[in-house]
Design a protein around this ligand. Sequence first.
Ligand code: ADP
Length: 186
Amino acid sequence: MLKIVLLGAPGSGKGTQSAKLVERYGVPQVSTGDLLRHAVAERTELGLKAKAAMDAGELVSDDIVVGMMRERLTQPDAENGFILDGFPRSASQAEALDEMLTELNRPLQAVVHLKVDNEEIVGRLMARGRSDDNEETIRNRLGVFEDQTAPLVAHYQAQGLLKQVHGQGDVEEIFARIEAALADVS
Ligand code: ADP
């Protein structure tokens, strides 16, 4: 049973580390970015609504994202835990998550903040080359992260849930830091 949030800027390695956590702890990764990209690829109504915001590097509206999370977290495989990747990304999403998890009687155990320098982030995203990884969109996403998502660090610190992890170095080394940070919750 592991119920955590991975918090970090775009390109901080949340997806990479989530995949390793899935293997290690046997709980699903729940990535709003992946769910949204899937919806866009399938051309669902939700995907069509989300696409413009994603292309611009803005946040997709809460009603879409929160609804999607509610649906995903009530699937049977999330009963034993989950690794949230890319959600919550704003104070209102954090509040919605809190309500959902209280309702489901599945409170969060920890929030891991993957900390990476801005310079390294830009380099990683430019190298990755996803369709929303062009310079202007990257700049926008970093701005949105600073304005809307970074305040969640203090929010979860105040709740006593925050684990700060240095997100630079090699993938295995960073994973070992995350495991160490989670030693007392898993
Ligand atoms: P990254 O972490 O590299 O920014 P993601 O895959 O997490 O990549 O997100 C890609 C895009 O999907 C975001 O720029 C945003 O438009 C949308 N998105 C993902 N998660 C959320 C969320 N929780 N709330 C609103 N929009 C989101």
